[in-house]
Design a protein around this ligand. Structure first.
Ligand code: ATP
Ligand code: MG
Length: 394
C-alpha cells in the first residue's frame, strides 16, 4: 500500500449567503459540493470535505492544477470568498517556517504586514493572539525590512489552526457570490446571439437557477455560424451556470408565414408570441418552472410595457427579465466581466433581425394583435416547430 498523499496546498471555501439559510443549509451545502466536484473535473483529482462551515478542496496527488482549480472555484455560485492555502502540521515552529516559505516572495516585495490567527482547535496550546505574535516575530526576524501595520498592511498573513491541520494564506479571494446552481429550481433561458440574453442567463444562474437553453434559428436566413456563436456564448455562461441542454427550435416557417400574412407593424410582436408559446412547451417538457429573457425596458420597440403585455398575455409561467431596469452600459459591464461581450458583438444575424418591420407598433393592443395572428394556423405551426427541435448538451 502506498502512503496516502498529503497535499501541501489546498483551497478553503467559506460559504457566503449559505450561512443565512438556516434549515436549508444542508441542501445548499450539498448542492455546492456537487457543483464544485463537477466543475473541478478537468483540473485534477480532488477530495472535498466539509467541516465548520468550510469546504476543503484537497488534491489527491501532485498533478492537480491548482491555478486552474482556483479559477474554476472563482466562478462557482454560492461562494463569498475563498483562499488558496498552505497546509502544515499543527506545530508552531512548522507554522512559522511555512509562513515565510509560502509567502516569502510577497513579503520581500512589501513594506508592511500583519498576522491574523484563528484557532478553532482549542487543543492547540497557543491562543490566537499568541500565534499572531509568534508568527509575526518570526517573519520580522527573517525580513528585517518589514514593519507591522495592524490597520492597513500591504500583506495580511492569515493563520488558521483547524481540525485537520494548520493553514496559512494571504488575503481571501472574492468568490462569485450568489446561491449554488440548482437550489433555485430550473428555468428556460431564451438565448439569442446578442449581448443581453447571456447576461440574463448569468444573473438568474447566480440566484441558484439551473438553466435549460432555448434558441430559435431561421435557416437559411440565419447561418450555421450564427448558431455556433450561440453555442459558444452558452459555453461561456456555462463556466458559471454549469452544464445545460440547448434546444434549437426551427423558426423559419413561422417567420415566413407571419411575413406573408400579417400586417408589418405587428411582425415582431407576433413572432415574440410564437417564441413564448414554443419556449413554454420546451420549458414544461424539461421540467422548468419559469422563462428568462434578456429584455430591458425601452431598449427596442418590442420592449415597451404594452408590447411586453402582449407577449405576457400568453404566459402560463413566470417570465423573469433580470435586465428590465438596467442601462445598456450596465449590461455591457457584466457582459465584459463574464467574457461574453466580444462574442456577442460578432456580427451574425439573429432571427429577430431577419424580418424587422420599418415601423413597429410600440403601443399595441392585445385584441388587434390577436386578430392579426388569427389568420395563421397557430397550433399547426407550433406543432411543426416542436417536431423539428434539435437538442445538444453544453
Ligand atoms: P439580446 O441582446 O439578448 O439579443 P435584444 O436587446 O437584441 O436582446 P431582442 O432581439 O428584442 O432584444 O430579444 C429580446 C429577448 O428575446 C432576448 O434577450 C432573448 O431572451 C429573446 N430572443 C431574441 N432572439 C432570440 C432567439 N433567436 N432565440 C431565443 N431567444 C431569443
Ligand atoms: Mg437580439
Amino acid at each position: 500500500m502506498n502512503e496516502p498523499y498529503t497535499p501541501d496546498e489546498i483551497i478553503l471555501i467559506k460559504n457566503g449567503e449559505l450561512a443565512l439559510k438556516g434549515l436549508n443549509r444542508r441542501t445548499f451545502e450539498d448542492a455546492l459540493m456537487n457543483n464544485l466536484r463537477y466543475r473541478l473535473r478537468h483540473s485534477g483529482e480532488f477530495t472535498l470535505r466539509k467541516s465548520q462551515s468550510t469546504i476543503y478542496i484537497e488534491p489527491k496527488n501532485p498533478y492537480a492544477d491548482m491555478e486552474e482549480a482556483c479559477d474554476c472555484v472563482s466562478r462557482v455560485f454560492g461562494i463569498a470568498a475563498f483562499s488558496r492555502a498552505r497546509v502544515t502540521s499543527k506545530d508552531l515552529g512548522a507554522i512559522q517556517q511555512a509562513a515565510v516559505e509560502y509567502l516569502g516572495e510577497r513579503l520581500q516585495e512589501c513594506a508592511t504586514f500583519k498576522v491574523e490567527a484563528k484557532r478553532s482547535d482549542k487543543q492547540f496550546p497557543y491562543t490566537s493572539p499568541e500565534i499572531s505574535r509568534e508568527v509575526g516575530g518570526y517573519v520580522l526576524s527573517r525580513y528585517p525590512h518589514l514593519k507591522v501595520d495592524v490597520h492597513n498592511p500591504d500583506l495580511l498573513i492569515m493563520v488558521e489552526v483547524r481540525d485537520f491541520g494548520a493553514y496559512i494564506h494571504a488575503q481571501q479571494l472574492p468568490g462569485a457570490g450568489g446561491m449554488p446552481v440548482g437550489t433555485g429550481g430550473k428555468a428556460a433561458i431564451l438565448i439569442s446571439g446578442g449581448i443581453d440574453s447571456p447576461v440574463a442567463a448569468y444573473m438568474m444562474a447566480k440566484r441558484g437557477i439551473k438553466l435549460t437553453a432555448v434558441h430559435f434559428a431561421s435557416p437559411p436566413y440565419t447561418s450555421e455560424r450564427a448558431e455556433q456563436k450561440v453555442i459558444s456564448l452558452l459555453e461561456k455562461v456555462g463556466r458559471y451556470a454549469g452544464n445545460m441542454t440547448m434546444h434549437i427550435v426551427p423558426f423559419t416557417h413561422i417567420q415566413e408565414e407571419i411575413r406573408n400574412h400579417c400586417p408589418e407593424e405587428y411582425f415582431t410582436l407576433i413572432m415574440r408570441r410564437f417564441m413564448m408559446r414554443l419556449a413554454q412547451k420546451v420549458a414544461r417538457d424539461a421540467d422548468c418552472k419559469a422563462l428568462i429573457t434578456g429584455e430591458s425596458l425601452g431598449q427596442v420597440a418590442s420592449q415597451t410595457i404594452p408590447a411586453l403585455a402582449v407577449t405576457d398575455a400568453l404566459a402560463s409561467m413566470p417570465v423573469f427579465r433580470p435586465l428590465i431596469g438596467m442601462d445598456k452600459e450596465e449590461i455591457v459591464t457584466i457582459a465584459r466581466r463574464i467574457d461574453t461581450f466580444e462574442l456577442s458583438i460578432q456580427p451574425y444575424e439573429d432571427c429577430c433581425t431577419v424580418f424587422t418591420p420599418r415601423h413597429p407598433n410600440t403601443r399595441p393592443k392585445l385584441r388587434l394583435v390577436e386578430e392579426a395572428e388569427s389568420v395563421l394556423d397557430v397550433q399547426g405551426l407550433v406543432k411543426e416547430a416542436m417536431q423539428g427541435i434539435r437538442t445538444l448538451q453544453i
